[in-house]
Design a protein around this ligand. Sequence first.
Ligand code: AHR
Length: 327
Amino acid sequence: MKTTRRHLLAIGASALALAGTAITALPAFAADKPLVMGFSQVGAESEWRTANSNSIKDAAKQAGVTLKFADAQQKQENQVKAIRSFIAQRVDVIAFSPVVESGWDTVLREAKNAKIPVILTDRAVKVSDPSLYVTFIGSDFVEEGRKAGRWLIDWARKNAPTGDVNVVELQGTVGSAPALDRKRGFEEVLQAEPRLKIVRSQSGDFTRAKGKEVMEAFLKAKDKKIHVLFAHNDDMAIGAIQAIEEAGLKPSKDIAIVSIDGVRGAFQAMAAGKLNVTVECNPMLGPQLMQLAKDVVAGKPVAKRITTEEGVFTADVAAKELPNRKY
Ligand code: AHR
């Protein structure tokens, strides 16, 4: 069982009460006060991220959690500052979605020394000591990359049964868990079909503007015909669709497009016949995060990794699914 500062206060108060000591002057009701969570968000780079931030803010209100929300504008240094400020404010629990995977050991050790539990949401970290965070809740990004790869192999067998299939890849933020893992999962699956070749790969930083810019450069190169675009998120795919159209080509027909997230914008693009498929990545982590935070602070045992369930949506189901989408 994990022991947190709030948990210790509650245990201490009950022990003293049992010993017959007056509890009025003690922090005996600390455990009943609203839980205070410091949350450091990556930024506002995508439709997915907006839905994720809204889910966390709404769930905090619903759960009676006092949320201190900090937007890091895609910068690790801002996240480190925010975490240090949460430690200085003595919040009950820190949660964050790390912009990149590495470089967290020092600040997480500071949180641990201050006895403030840390929950990772959405993106994982690489740390030398796994006890620096309590638990991680989010998607299996490697599996998302595999799902994109499996869809592509199936598509290629049906639509381009012979010859090389040239794939361009728009990667997410350099050094981020989803960019590294999705690439890994996608490449792993593509090994089964060596004629599917990634001929260009560059980061579009998970944004529409960068996705468009990088796709324009891919199209301008003209040395290799592009058959397929694999975008690590829907926003970059939507930006790339604009670039493809401006180049006089038909997205999804002249260039097949597979992307990840399953945001409403992707369903609209599929319904309009401009995107072939999106692999779901669920941003609605708020309610589970609040429950998890309460459990952690109460000292209840929690799983080290909690993975969200996700599907794959193709263009043929987009129009029917669109009204059901929550983000
Ligand atoms: O970490 C999740 C990824 O971050 C989403 O796929 C992307 O849209 C977001 O920016």
